[in-house]
Write a new protein. Structure first.
Length: 424
């Protein structure tokens, strides 16, 4: 009953109004597994390649080519195979593409089929997706990293850092952590309204006011935490996604909001000063994807007290992660399914990080859909951390709401990872 009958794709619209791919895997007993593929705005150079049409539809961003690849080449190749053998399915997709960056079939075509396969398998077995992926070992609900102020490529303001996040960690359950985040988000909205600042939101649901500096933005977050009745650094901390590759060129980091240029050493000192001044526990992409020497210095400088997350640096790729582990660079990896292209490769990256005592944070993309796959993945892998956006926009809230359902389903077996996960 778990035999694949066909794989069918369609073009749908993501949270930014751009096309993306949705894939159905249909089994011989008519069971369907469905998954949709997200897309990033600021993408690392070493991510797998999306298959886009590059014609006059949707400003060239259509995915009809990817649809045809799934409906013909991939469907023909997978027909008659067992959806319960995820690794075999993913290996076949990788071999069928035959390139390092999945440019032949497209990472989006491959990922859509890979994720639809796991959904079909869990539906076939009539068990939750997180139980299927985690082989019944997933019990830990993740701490949410909530992007409440947007900057960089996600907003039209002076902030160069892409995300300023709150991390509500000091609670006994995910639901209490989520409530805390929601209350802080609403408190920040009131503060911005009273200051006549914009409460329009960016791609990931966070506010995007025209603030003068990163320090000003962090100070507003501190005010919102306190206004909501919580204690900065005690039960709620702050995380940054610097996304520094976006403002790095020819060895120089140019921060328009700070009105100056930085060398690697300058930026390291700037970030170190921020961690001394504020309760910052995690910094993502503090340096650019190819600035390995700078990353080494950053890790040596603050890696014993701050979680240093590699996103563009590692791109969910075990080869790049292995280099980082070997040279003691960073101490955490951001996990994005569409950076690498299959579920199997994603889980291998998580397992490699865990074996090296690196943490892993499951992440959405700026161009999202209502698909809540990453919520199940976070629990299945016991990663303990999820980055799913702010407390607005249903494309972000669908992930948080799925985690509430999982917490309810696990009941007394659920645990919330509120300690020993990152540096404080």
């Amino acid at each position: 009953m778990s035999i694949i009958h066909k794989v069918h794709a369609r073009e749908i619209i993501d949270s930014r109004g751009n096309p993306t791919l949705e894939v159905d895997m249909i089994l011989v007993d008519s069971t369907i597994g469905r998954a949709s593929v997200p897309s990033g705005a600021s993408t690392g150079a070493y991510e797998v390649i999306e298959k886009r049409d590059n014609d006059n539809r949707f400003n060239g961003k259509g995915v009809k080519k990817a649809v045809n690849i799934v409906n013909n080449l991939i469907s023909d190749k997978l027909k008659g195979l067992n959806c319960l053998d995820q690794e075999n399915i993913d290996n076949i997709l990788i071999e069928l593409d035959g390139t390092e960056n999945k440019s032949n079939l497209g990472g989006n075509s491959i990922l859509g089929a890979s994720l639809a396969c796991s959904r079909a398998a869990s539906n076939c077995l009539n068990i939750p997706l997180f139980e299927y992926i985690g082989k019944n070992n997933g019990k830990i609900l993740p701490i949410p990293f909530m992007n409440i102020i947007n900057g960089g490529a996600h907003a039209n303001n002076k902030l160069d850092f892409q995300e300023l996040m709150i991390v509500p960690f000091g609670f006994n359950s995910f639901s209490d952590s989520l409530r805390c985040g929601s209350e802080i988000f609403q408190a920040l909205k009131v503060i911005f309204t009273n200051k006549n600042l914009s409460t329009a939101v960016g791609d990931e649901g966070g506010f995007a006011p025209d603030l003068s500096s990163h320090s000003e933005a962090i100070n507003y977050i501190i005010m919102a935490i306190e206004k909501a009745g919580y204690i900065p650094g005690e039960n709620v901390s702050i995380a940054l996604d610097v996304a520094s590759t976006e403002f790095y060129k020819n060895g120089t980091y140019t921060l328009d909001g700070e009105r100056k240029e930085f060398t690697s050493e300058d930026l390291i000192e700037f970030l170190s000063d921020l961690t001394d001044k504020y309760p910052i526990i995690s910094i993502e992409d503090g340096l650019a994807e190819d600035d390995w020497a700078g990353w080494k210095k950053l890790t040596s400088k603050i890696g014993d007290k701050v979680q240093l997350v590699g996103d563009d640096l590692f791109v969910t790729n075990t080869k790049r992660l292995e280099l980082g582990i070997k040279d003691n660079i960073a101490n955490s990896i951001l996990i994005k399914l569409n950076q690498i292209g299959t579920l199997t490769e994603t889980i291998k990256a998580i397992n490699m990080a865990t074996a090296a005592s690196y943490t892993s944070m499951i992440s959405h993309r700026s161009g999202e859909t209502e698909d809540n796959f990453i919520a199940d993945l976070a629990v299945a892998t016991n990663s303990g951390q999820i980055k799913a956006g702010s407390l607005s926009r249903s494309d972000r809230l669908s992930k948080y709401n799925q985690l509430l359902r999982i917490e309810e389903l696990l009941a007394k077996d659920a645990s919330f990872n509120n300690s020993n996960l990152f540096y404080r």
